[in-house]
Design a protein around this ligand. Structure first.
Ligand SMILES: CC(C)(COP(=O)(O)OP(=O)(O)OC[C@H]1O[C@@H](n2cnc3c(N)ncnc32)[C@H](O)[C@@H]1OP(=O)(O)O)[C@@H](O)C(=O)NCCC(=O)NCCS
Length: 346
């Protein structure tokens, strides 16, 4: 068995493996994965050029394949999750059913780790459905450890329609559009809202919270092409002169699901519900599509707000980490529970 970076001619094999392994998972999230891979094929020359220099689209197609008897037997897709590229995330890994149980996944991932370790990666993360025992065993064997659980929720379009009424629009106090000067304050909000054991693994810096010119340009272009509309807000506590919540809405103009990202300072948990409702109203104004949102187990106000708005749980995923330097000290399960139940005061 040989592993290497994928080329254009591998796309058919990669697509076949994706279809066999992930169709159900992507269907739940309303994503037509086959269509998406076909699009990659047509955009391949552009993606290849973009992969050669640092830009937000450099790793849209970073796929490694396992080749056996001149057949694509497995694939792993990875992407960097911070601007320093010290943390890489395994987005997808799958082996064709005819080749499973022969150590291919283990070898493919070990080769991927070596490839990115040589390029400065210090840790690898991934999300795995808590029910996927085969994958969990594989990752544990490769040295991954669980550090949190992430819940994904979906709101059906019918339910989103109920937020479209004008009388539903309540603007939370202190809400305003995010500005370029907010990067440091958004970074500071993240540090207060997300527990240390998660931040340690996520390894993010202030630069990871900037909405840079390239992202702005891409968002502008997508809006012009009538594909999607991205909106960014913050809530400011003017008395304390700090940000207490941030909200990003990636609204889709076609049938794809809208995505909401929301961070609320734990001492301002009461804001989660009105802020989410505001986001849903804005999404409904763009188009009546499904809505996706994710939350860590420790973000209780956000989880409660999702349930109250009518979101249904899609999956519970373990977040796992493998640290190549082996210096990462994760808290024990009991400590995590304690950290998650802590009250925050400012
Ligand atoms: C999970 C998957 C990638 C494993 O691929 P594979 O090539 O068969 O795995 P390997 O042969 O390298 O197995 C390595 C280790 O993983 C674990 N493992 C793999 N398949 C397993 C299974 N069906 N049940 C239990 N453990 C399993 C074992 O610990 C195994 O080591 P062992 O053989 O010494 O016991 C494959 O089953 C797959 O493609 N599944 C569908 C896609 C998927 O779920 N991807 C993960 C999404 S997060």
């Amino acid at each position: 068995m040989k592993t290497r970076q994928a080329r254009k001619r591998d796309l058919a094999g990669v697509k076949a493996i994706f279809e066999l392994a992930f169709t159900e998972e992507y269907q739940q999230r309303e994503v037509n994965i086959v269509q998406r891979i076909d699009k990659m094929r047509s955009l391949y020359p552009l993606l290849k050029v973009l992969s050669l220099f640092p830009n937000p689209y450099q790793h849209v197609f970073t796929v490694h394949v396992a080749e056996e008897d001149r057949q694509i037997a497995g694939m792993a897709q990875v992407s960097p999750r911070n601007s320093q590229q010290s943390r890489w995330h395994i987005d997808n890994i799958a082996i064709h059913p005819d080749f499973r149980g022969r150590g291919l996944a283990q070898q493919l991932l070990n080769d991927v780790f070596m490839f990115y370790n040589q390029r400065g990666a210090q840790r690898f993360t991934l999300e795995v459905d808590t029910r996927n025992q085969a994958a969990i065993k594989l990752y544990e064997k490769l040295g991954f450890r669980r550090y949190s659980t992430l819940f994904y929720y979906k709101l059906p379009p019918r339910q989103l329609g109920t937020f479209a009424k004008p009388e539903e629009l309540v603007i939370p106090k202190g809400l305003r559009l995010r500005q370029a000067k907010d990067t440091e304050a958004v970074w500071s909000l993240y540090q207060q809202a997300i527990p240390p054991y998660i931040r340690l693994v996520e390894d993010r810096q202030a630069a990871d919270f900037a909405v840079g010119p390239l992202q702005q340009g891409a968002e502008w272009l997508k809006k012009r092409l009538k594909r999607s509309e991205s909106m960014h807000w913050v809530i400011e506590d003017s008395q304390r002169q700090c940000l207490v919540a941030s909200l990003d809405l990636y609204a889709q103009l076609h049938s794809l699901p809208h995505v909401i990202q929301m961070t609320v300072h734990p001492a301002y948990g009461d804001l989660a519900d009105p802020l989410l409702r505001f986001a849903l109203h804005q999404a409904a104004e763009v188009s009546i599509n499904p809505v996706l949102i994710g939350a860590y187990e420790c973000q209780r106000a956000k989880l409660d707000a999702c349930k109250a708005a009518g979101f249904k749980k899609l999956t519970a995923d373990f977040l796992m980490v493998k640290d190549s330097l082996e210096h990462l000290v994760l808290p024990a399960a009991q400590e995590v529970q304690m950290l998650n139940s802590m009250r925050f005061d400012i």
